[in-house]
Each structure stands twice: as structure tokens, then as C-alpha cells.
Design a protein around this ligand. Structure first.
Ligand code: PLP
Length: 424
């Protein structure tokens, strides 16, 4: 058998393997509805196996193809893949604070960011020597409050690290504030693949943007991330800093190498850097996942439409709305128990969990209340009342493509049963 014939057989067997895994029948109140399901199928699995069998496993052609496809999808010219969304945030901040970047972030500069987000939105700000300024969020979107950003700006402010949380795009009037005060903008879009404002995709507004392809996200490369930018200069720096600061992946590598003829170009370093490289196995996943993204988003939106219509009847629940002119892509389905409700979040969540509906708090909750923040210089703008409410009263559950008609109807029944139990 030739290698080509073996690959054809492996492909057919992989396809059969996935066809053999039928979904278990759903039993309301018994079957688990988890926060995520695998988003990959035989195409991704075979593409990854092909990389392994042909030994093309380190960052290569498939990563490049995925970068090109993802950049095109978001509508920006440059994309640089890395091994996680956290790495993408670290790389974005590191580019902006690199000595090669003109008018970048300097030690002690302030970076405005929402108080409710994931920890690795905030850590890279600290890691590059800047000071995070935590700003409150709006309760109906969980996104950074535009009014609070205005209050946060001081002569020390250099950048806004905004976050499109839970799939809901931020109000992009933020760009006007940034222009007015000459601030850099990084969009942490790790939870919002495909979200739009006035037909423009998130991740295409700021100086740099980041995405995560962790297992639970809209599309996944198991672990993985991406930095996007319209700036060729930033993209080249991203390619250098992703891999040790060497020149191997740069467009201008020959011209740079000619200036240092006494150093072998294979080991010529022009900046500091990290090893944040993805593998081609992650690229293999990405090139198939990107083709499925819009379909996955449609399924999430259909679930959200049904839940929002149905759960609206319960007056003590505060739900997320899609703001006019935006496309919300629902990373999860968030719910806030109004603080004056005659039941607690814990009582509701315990009930839902018993029924099999997996829940979790909203990302890190209020970052300002996390003990880790005591270790580092930071500033908060006001008392962050909404972030405090989210910390104490909000939770989320899954909304992914594994949830169909039966599951989404069962979820509403669980809520109805709970409200009946507490006589509401
Ligand atoms: C808003 C936000 N930023 C950054 C990250 C980090 O991404 P990763 O888990 O791929 O490191 C996440 C993770 O889900 C996130 O939700």
C-alpha cells in the first residue's frame, strides 16, 4: 500500500469513526447540558492526523492558511496565530510596549480596561509595566461603560483594552474617545468571533485585536489564539515576538540580515520575544473550523432568540439584549438575578444544576475584588457598582451548537419550575 492509499483509508476510517458517535437521546431533567461541546468533526480530526503522519507538525503551511482565512473573515489584512487567547493578549501588549514601537506604551502608563473580563485581559497590562485602570460595565451588556471610560482618562492614559464580552460587541463610540485623547485601542475579541457593529466585524476597529480558539469558544483549535491588525509594522513585530524575537518569519529578513553579516540569519534576534507558536495541528483544526463559524453563530443566535423571548416573562431576571445595529454572537447565555428578587442566585443555580444545566459565574466576576489585584498597582474608577452586582448576582450557561429544540425548551421549563417552586 502506498502512503497516498493509506491516507485515503485513514480518511475514510476517521469519517466512519465520527459517524459512529450518535448523540445520546435527550432526557429532560436528567441529561446534562454542558457549557460546551466539541465543535470539530472528522474533517479537523483527519487534517490533524495527516499533519502527524506526514510529520508536518510544527508551525507551517496550515497555520498560514488559517491566518489568511481568519484575517479575511474579520476584514483586516494581517493575522498572526499563537498558542492561546491569553498569549494573543500578551503579544498585543508586548508589541505596543516594544522599544521598536513609536509612541507606544511606557512603564507607568495607564491602560483602561473593564472590571469584568477574563484575568488574562488584565495580566498582560501589568506584565508590560503599565497600570490597569478598572472601569465599570453596563448591566444590560456586561461591556465597558462608555461614560465611565470618559471619567477614567487622565494625562497618563495611553490605551484602552476593551473586551467584547460574552459575544456582545462593545459600543464602538469608544473609538471617538480614543481619537479625541490620542489613545491606542486593543480589542479583546476572545469571546466574540463574528460579532458586528453596523456590519463591521469586531476585531477590525482597534490598532490590534485578539481572539481565542480554546475548546469552549465559537470555533476551536483545542488551544489557540490570534492577533489581528491593519498595521504591517505591528504584524511583523508580532511574527518576531511570537518566536524568540528572531527574523526568520519576517518579510524583510534578507535586508535585515545583510546589515549583520557576522551573525547567521538563522539566529539573528532583533527584539525580545517569547515562544508563543502554535502547532500545525492547531492550524489543521482552524482551516476547517473557520468554514463552520457562521453556521455555529446562527445556531447560537436561534437559541438566544428563543430564550430571551421565553425568559422575559420572569420579572426578576435581567437578560442580555442585542443592541440595535449590532450582531451579538452569544459566547454563553448570561442571566442576572435582580438584587431585589425574593430568591438568590445560589438557589436558582443549584436548582438548574440539579436538572443538569451546567452554569458558571461571569468570567472572573469583578476583577477589583480578586485578591491577585492587591499585589499590583492599579486604579479603579468609582465603586464599580455594576461589576459588584455581576459578581454577586449573575451567572451563565451554554448556548452552543449542541443545544437544539429539545434542550432549549427544557431550559425554559427548568426556569418555569423554579419560579413555580418559589411561588412567582
Ligand atoms: C475575554 C477573554 N480574554 C482572554 C481569554 C484567554 O483566552 P485563552 O483561554 O485562549 O487563553 C479569554 C478566555 O476565554 C477570554 O474570555
Amino acid at each position: 500500500m502506498s502512503t497516498t492509499e493509506i491516507l485515503t483509508e485513514v480518511k475514510a476510517l476517521t469519517k466512519r469513526w465520527f459517524a459512529l458517535s450518535p448523540k445520546e437521546p435527550f432526557i429532560p431533567g436528567k441529561s446534562k447540558i454542558g457549557l460546551a461541546v466539541p465543535s470539530y468533526d472528522w474533517e479537523e480530526a483527519y487534517e490533524a492526523i495527516e499533519s502527524i503522519l506526514t510529520t508536518q507538525v510544527t508551525m507551517g503551511e496550515k497555520v498560514k492558511q488559517f491566518e489568511e482565512a481568519f484575517a479575511k473573515y474579520v476584514g483586516v489584512p494581517y493575522a498572526v496565530m499563537v498558542n492561546s487567547g491569553s498569549s494573543a493578549n500578551l503579544l498585543a501588549l508586548s508589541i505596543l510596549s516594544n522599544p521598536l514601537t513609536k509612541n507606544g506604551i511606557k512603564r507607568g502608563d495607564e491602560v483602561i480596561t473593564p472590571a469584568v473580563t477574563w484575568v488574562t485581559t488584565v495580566y498582560p497590562i501589568i506584565q508590560v509595566g503599565a497600570v490597569p485602570v478598572l472601569v465599570d460595565v453596563d448591566l444590560d451588556t456586561f461591556n465597558i461603560s462608555v461614560r465611565e471610560i470618559e471619567k477614567a482618562v487622565t494625562p497618563k492614559t495611553k490605551a484602552i483594552m476593551l473586551v467584547h464580552l460574552c459575544g456582545n460587541p462593545c459600543q464602538m463610540e469608544i473609538m471617538d474617545i480614543a481619537r479625541k485623547h490620542n489613545l491606542l485601542v486593543i480589542e479583546d475579541s476572545c469571546e466574540s468571533h463574528g460579532a458586528e457593529v453596523d456590519g463591521q466585524k469586531v476585531g477590525s476597529f482597534g490598532d490590534l485585536s485578539t481572539f481565542s480558539f480554546f475548546f469552549t469558544h465559537h470555533i476551536s483549535t483545542i488551544e489557540g489564539g490570534m492577533v489581528l491588525t491593519r498595521s504591517e509594522e505591528y504584524a511583523e513585530l508580532a511574527k518576531a515576538m511570537r518566536a524568540f524575537g528572531w527574523i526568520r518569519d519576517l518579510k524583510d529578513r534578507e535586508r535585515i540580515a545583510a546589515r549583520y553579516s557576522h551573525i547567521d540569519p538563522k539566529i539573528l534576534f532583533i527584539t525580545t520575544g517569547y515562544n508563543l507558536r502554535p502547532t500545525d495541528i492547531q492550524g489543521a483544526f482552524g482551516i476547517h473550523q473557520i468554514k463552520k463559524l457562521d453556521r455555529f453563530i446562527d445556531m447560537r443566535r436561534e437559541n438566544a432568540r428563543y430564550w430571551t423571548e421565553s425568559l422575559r416573562q420572569f420579572p426578576y431576571l435581567l437578560l442580555h439584549e442585542e443592541r440595535p445595529g449590532t450582531k451579538h454572537v452569544w459566547h454563553h447565555y448570561p442571566v442576572t438575578v435582580k438584587p431585589d428578587a425574593p430568591f438568590t442566585r445560589k438557589e436558582l443555580v443549584d436548582f438548574l444544576q440539579k436538572k443538569g444545566l451546567e452554569t458558571r459565574p461571569i468570567m472572573t466576576g469583578n476583577m477589583a475584588e480578586q485578591p491577585v489585584m492587591r499585589l499590583f498597582e492599579h486604579r479603579t474608577v468609582g465603586d464599580l457598582p455594576n461589576s459588584r452586582i455581576i459578581q454577586r448576582h449573575s451567572f451563565l450557561f451554554g448556548i452552543h451548537q449542541g443545544i437544539g429544540k429539545q434542550e432549549r425548551e427544557a431550559v425554559v421549563d427548568y426556569f418555569r419550575e423554579f419560579m413555580y417552586k418559589v411561588r412567582l
